[in-house]
Design a protein around this ligand. Structure first.
Ligand code: HSE
Length: 434
C-alpha cells in the first residue's frame, strides 16, 4: 500500500463511471478528508480512448490495457462499473485474488456469484462492497447487513427498477405509450444497455435476489425469482385499476414465513392510498416488515448518474476509512445454502381478470361457473365498454384470495369458451395494510 493513499483503478467510464471519476477529481480533497486517506484515481480502463465523453478527464488516465490497473501495486482498489457478467467477473476475481479491494454496482454479478466473490474477498482479506447494486442512492445493503441486522425480516415489497416505474408512471399519468416512455428513460440514462432487462423484470429480479438473500440470510439465486415484466399492461388496465381503487406497479416481493420463502417480480395492483402507489418516475422504494422495526420505507432515486455514483463513492469512502483506521474488512454473515423456495403455483393471492366477451345472455354464468368450480371466489364483476358493432363487451373481475394453480387452470378453460373472445390480462392484487 502506498503510504497514506488509496490508489483507485476504475473499470468503465459510462454514465455511472463518468460520475464517479468526475467526483473523485473535482471533490478529491473533500472526499479524501472524509475517507481519512488520500484518494487517488490512478487509471481508468475503457474500450476506446478516443471516444468523445462528457466527463473531463486527463487522457493520461485512460488505458485500454487491463494490466495497467491490475499490475500496478499502487492500485489498491478496483471499482467495477462495466456491468454484465463477462468480463466483469474475471476482473473482480483477479482483483480480489491479487489482494485489491473491490467496489461494484453490478447487480447481475452479485446476484449470481455474490457468495463466492465474498468468500474470495474474505480469503484474501480485502473488502468487496456493492451498495450501488440495488436502489441507486438508497443505502439498503448496509441497512440490511448492519443497521437492521437485529431484525427478523419477514417481508420486502419494492419498486427497484427505475426504468419500468418511469414507464408505468408515464403510461398511467400521462397516457404515454410504453415505447416512447422507454425511449425517454434511455435518454435520461436510467435504462440498462439492453433495456429488455428493465421491461422484462430481469433487472428487478437480480436486485430482489440480492435483497432477499441478505434480508433472510439465505442464498437466493436470480433464477429462483419468479419474473414477469410489464409488457402485457395496457392503458385500460391502469384506468380500470384506478376505478377499483388501485395503482399498477412492477413490484419485487419477497416473504419469509416459517423458513419458507416466496420471491417474485411481476406487475401488481396495490391500493391507491398505499405509499408504494405514490412512488413515481425513476424513484425506487423498498418497504420492509420485520419483528422489531415493524415497517420501514426507504425511498430515493434508484437510477441515473448521480444517485448511483453516490452509492459507489460511499463504498469507496468506507474502504478508505477502514484502511486509514487499520480495521478488518467487512465480514458478511454466511447464508443458508439451500432455502425452501415456494413455487409460484403455490401462491395464494387476489387476482384481477380483464376479459373480452361476447355481449350475450349466459356468458357471465359460464365464466362464474368455471371460476366457482375451481374454488375461485369472485369479489366484484364490472361490465366495462361494450362494442355493439362487434357484439362484444369487456368485463373486469376481481377475486378473493385464490390459488395461482387454480387461476392458471381457469385461464385455459376460459380461453376454450366460445363466448370469451380473449382473456386480455390477469394481474395479481397485493393487499397491503396502509
Ligand atoms: N436500469 C436500472 C433501473 C438502473 O432502471 O433501475 C439502475 O440499476
Amino acid at each position: 500500500m502506498n503510504s497514506g493513499s488509496l490508489g483507485i483503478g476504475l473499470l468503465g467510464l459510462g454514465n455511472v463511471g463518468g460520475g464517479v471519476a468526475q467526483a473523485l477529481i473535482n471533490n478529491s480533497e473533500l472526499l479524501s478528508e472524509k475517507a481519512g486517506i488520500n484518494l487517488e484515481l490512478r487509471k481508468v480502463l475503457v474500450r476506446d480512448i478516443h471516444k468523445p465523453r462528457l466527463v473531463d478527464l486527463n487522457s493520461d488516465l485512460l488505458t485500454t490495457n487491463w494490466k495497467d490497473l491490475f499490475d500496478d501495486p499502487n492500485v489498491n482498489l478496483i471499482v467495477e462499473l462495466i456491468g454484465g457478467e463477462i468480463p466483469a467477473k474475471k476482473y473482480i476475481e483477479l482483483a480480489l485474488s491479487k489482494g485489491k479491494h473491490v467496489v461494484t454496482a453490478n447487480k447481475e454479478l452479485i446476484a449470481k456469484y455474490g457468495q463466492e466473490l465474498l468468500a474470495l474477498a474474505q480469503d484474501t482479506k480485502v473488502n468487496l462492497l456493492f451498495e450501488g447494486s440495488v436502489g441507486g442512492s438508497i443505502p439498503i445493503i448496509s441497512a440490511l447487513t448492519r443497521d437492521l441486522s437485529a431484525n427478523r425480516i419477514d417481508v420486502i415489497r419494492a419498486i427497484i427498477n427505475g426504468t419500468s416505474n418511469f414507464i408505468l408512471t408515464a403510461m398511467s399519468e400521462n397516457n404515454m405509450d410504453g415505447e416512447r416512455a422507454l425511449d425517454l428513460a434511455q435518454k435520461l440514462g436510467y435504462a440498462e444497455s439492453d433495456p429488455r432487462n428493465d421491461v422484462q423484470g430481469i433487472d428487478a429480479a437480480y436486485k430482489l435476489a440480492i435483497l432477499a438473500s441478505f434480508a433472510f440470510q439465505s442464498k437466493i439465486a436470480p433464477h429462483q425469482v419468479y419474473t414477469q415484466g410489464i409488457s402485457t399492461l395496457e392503458p385500460t388496465d391502469f384506468q380500470y385499476a384506478r376505478e377499483l381503487g388501485y395503482a399498477i406497479k412492477l413490484l419485487a416481493i419477497a416473504k419469509c414465513e416459517l423458513e419458507e420463502i416466496e420471491v417474485r417480480v411481476h406487475p401488481v395492483l396495490i391500493p391507491l392510498n398505499h405509499i408504494l402507489a405514490k412512488v413515481s418516475g425513476a424513484f425506487n422504494a423498498i418497504e420492509l416488515e420485520g419483528n422489531l422495526l415493524e415497517r420501514t420505507l426507504f425511498y430515493g432515486l434508484g437510477a441515473g448518474q448521480g444517485p448511483s455514483a453516490s452509492a459507489v463513492l460511499g463504498d469507496i469512502l468506507e474502504i478508505g476509512r477502514r484502511i486509514s483506521t487499520r480495521s478488518q474488512p467487512i465480514k458478511f454473515t454466511e447464508l443458508e445454502q439451500f432455502p425452501k423456495i415456494i413455487p409460484i403455483e403455490e401462491l395464494k393471492t387476489r387476482y384481477y381478470f380483464r376479459l373480452n366477451i361476447s355481449d350475450q345472455a349466459g356468458v357471465l354464468a359460464q365464466i362464474t361457473k368455471i371460476l366457482g368450480d375451481l374454488g375461485i371466489s369472485i369479489a366484484s364483476v364490472i361490465q366495462k365498454d361494450s362494442n355493439p358493432t362487434a357484439g362484444t363487451a369487456e368485463i373486469v373481475i376481481t377475486t378473493h384470495i385464490a390459488k395461482e394453480k387454480s387461476v392458471l387452470r381457469s385461464l385455459s378453460l376460459l380461453e376454450e369458451l366460445e363466448m370469451v373472445v380473449k382473456v386480455n390480462n390477469i394481474i395479481r392484487i397485493e393487499e397491503i395494510a396502509e
